[in-house]
Design a protein around this ligand. Structure first.
Ligand code: SF4
Length: 298
């Protein structure tokens, strides 16, 4: 293996690309584009869009009929669509199809079942992931929110005998499997029926798989991403047990990051580079070339 290798599967996922391209297309055809909240948790992508003239607005009340709004991939609550329609604000819905399917499922099943929604509801970060926020909005009754095994105690209070288990698209697949096992046992003990929808995104699973394979042959893995990006954080956690792994957002700070983690480059070092579904592959290529150039000087 060469010194520095980028994971064979990485880069922006289909859902994020649709939202970004829609914003750029709207700039061309309408002369304007306003993203309702950041399209991905990635400063470089958001800066690129703003530099081209895309506005980013974070509150519904900041939007007006002057805007052409792009709704990002994470999905919105019904209240967002209501507001846009009531205020005659034109918009393009770029909610990812995978997230839309989850909305349909919870809207239907919540009429008859208790929804168990597994994802980053803010237990550790204090901030609910926007995808969870959007999905809750489509439930006819409040779902039971689970983020880790300790939350399973909440299931004791469930009254309905029909349960429907569903996941945030970027949730950790291994933890999801553990939770499925435990929730199935609890359902059986309480004579509840349980429908399981392991709605974890394929793009996410593929990135994890190829990054893990790469990590097996590397002395160091570098994961690029934001602390707010669920899929990047999960990827970092998945690689840590395999090899030394470091995680940072700003590609240009790579030298200080290596120093901070006591990584010294040498002619034989094997470094793998990867990122979650919210990072452009171009960023990883820039980083890989800079590290290769530094190794070549040794
Ligand atoms: S990670 Fe998957 S579910 Fe999420 S936006 Fe991308 S393609 Fe859609």
């Amino acid at each position: 293996m060469e010194n520095v290798k980028i994971s064979s599967v990485c880069g922006l996922c289909g859902g994020c690309k649709v939202a970004i391209n829609s914003a750029l297309d709207s700039l061309k055809s309408n002369g304007k584009a306003t993203l309702f909240k950041e399209v991905v948790h990635n400063a470089a992508v958001n800066k690129m869009l703003e530099s081209k003239g895309v506005k980013i607005k974070n509150d519904l009340s900041d939007l007006s009929s002057e805007d052409f709004v792009i709704l990002r991939a994470h999905g919105e609550t019904p209240a967002t669509y209501k507001y846009l329609n009531e205020h005659n604000i034109k918009f393009k819905d770029c909610s990812c199809v995978n997230v839309q399917k989850i909305h349909e499922c919870v809207a239907n099943f919540s009429k008859t079942h208790t929804i168990i929604l597994v994802g980053k509801y803010g237990k550790f970060s204090g901030k609910m992931h926007p995808e969870i926020e959007g999905t809750i909005g489509w439930c006819a009754h409040p779902p039971v929110l689970i983020e880790d095994e300790a939350d399973l105690d909440k299931l004791k209070a469930i009254k309905r005998k029909k349960l429907y288990l569903i996941f945030q698209t970027t949730f950790n697949s291994d933890l999801a499997d553990k939770l499925i096992e435990q929730i199935s046992e609890i359902a059986e003990q309480n004579s509840c029926s349980l429908e399981i929808n392991k709605s974890i995104c394929l793009a996410q699973r593929e990135i994890n798989k190829s990054s893990r394979t790469l990590a097996l042959n590397c002395d160091l893995m570098i994961v690029i991403g934001s602390n707010h990006s669920s899929n990047s954080v999960e990827l970092y956690k998945a690689l840590q047990p395999i090899t030394k792994t470091i995680f940072f957002e700003d590609v240009s700070s790579w030298q200080s990051e290596l120093k901070k983690h006591d990584v010294v480059l040498n002619k034989n070092i094997k470094i793998g580079i990867t990122a979650g579904a919210s990072v452009m592959k171009e960023e990883l290529e820039i980083l890989a070339n800079q590290i290769r150039a530094e190794i070549n000087k040794l």
